[in-house]
Design a binder for this molecule. Sequence first.
Ligand code: NDP
Length: 339
Amino acid sequence: NKQVILKGYVDILPNESDMEIKVSKIKLKAPKGSGAFLVKNLYLSCDPYMRGRMRKIQAANYLFLPFVPGQALEGFGVSKVIDSDNPDFKPGDLLSGFTGWEEYSLIHKTEQLRKIQAEDVPLSYHVGLLGMPGFTAYAGFFEICSPKKGEYVFVSAASGAVGQLVGQLAKLHGCYVVGSAGTNQKVDLLKNKLGFDEAFNYKEEPDLDAALKRYFSQGIDIYFDNVGGDMLDAALPNMRIHGRIAVCGAASQLGLSMPQGIHNLFNLISKSVKMEGFVQHNYLHLYPRFLEHVIGYYKQGKIVYIEDMHEGLESAPAAFVGLFSGKNVGKQVIRVASE
Ligand code: NDP
């Protein structure tokens, strides 16, 4: 069984050398009387939150315990049951949910697992468009941003796993949508594949405030913030009266030992702007509605989803580390095995 092992706790950002590939022999059988089942992992998801689990000391209220050095990482994945001692999970069942970063995992806990069908949606979408990132986009946009038709929406890290769906949902809702991203290739995808009205490369903008004024001469109603830092500071003075800021992530702050200060918070008062952080996990009651809506949009060709697919477990450490410098173009996924 090939595994991606965490070698030791990480201080700030992970490096490839913090992980190693190990191979060990296992029995491809679920032990009798264990109630467990053995899965073959098909796709694994690289998500920014996993960095938090590589640290010994977690942020307060963090949902997950730290990873254990010497053991395989874990995360969201798509898996197939190959042997089972649990009557509810039969060989051949396809599952989406928590699994190990390894070829085969013995699963004991079933609360976070969902049975899936290999319908006409690619299986890997169950860790992206139809998985946690897609759900984050849906819950954050509709529950936190309270969008109205015709509003002006700005999305940062817009081509990523979450951002690309936020922008498309906003367009379907009748909003004007601008995205920022870190390369010209991503900007091109936003404008020409993902249907954003406009997009810009924030790394080529010497003055973010001026860039936002260029795209939002009338101001921003909704800012879906995936990055924090300078971009958040630049968005604040550009918000319209009664604007909403959904604080989804702070990608720009993860590599810093001290988070940057935000200087323009006064605009929340002067413009009666609501700024609200959220964790997707607190909205899981909306998951069935999310699946119904998004699968419907996808089947009608109203939504597309860009994945950055890396092949084989060996590619997982580099793919994961690449999230923190923007190497991923779309949702970062590892194909571990074919069905
Ligand atoms: P992405 O697919 O967007 O990948 C991360 C992206 O962050 C990179 O591609 C890069 O895009 C951008 N980035 C990396 N470093 C920096 C930097 N220094 N400054 C600005 N941008 C940077 O990840 P996800 O879509 O999975 O997640 C997006 C955000 O949402 C993350 O902050 C994540 O933590 C958060 N999140 C929050 C959830 C919640 O419940 N609140 C749930 C899921 C995710 P670029 O090249 O465009 O800079």
